[in-house]
Design a protein around this ligand. Sequence first.
Ligand SMILES: [Zn+2]
Length: 57
Amino acid sequence: MESDQMLWDMLKSHIGHQVCIVAYGDTDDPMDICLECEECGEVILDAKIYTVAAREK
Ligand SMILES: [Zn+2]
């Protein structure tokens, strides 16, 4: 499965949910930053795992 499709499905399952950005460790110099869904109690995106790559044309 394409990673874009995975991201799409991942975000789609949380449409309308309360999400927030959570920093782990020192707030000024976090070890990790995650996008979490408060309603599901799930990490949607983990900055350590996922990267936003520039699209190559
Ligand atoms: Zn959710």
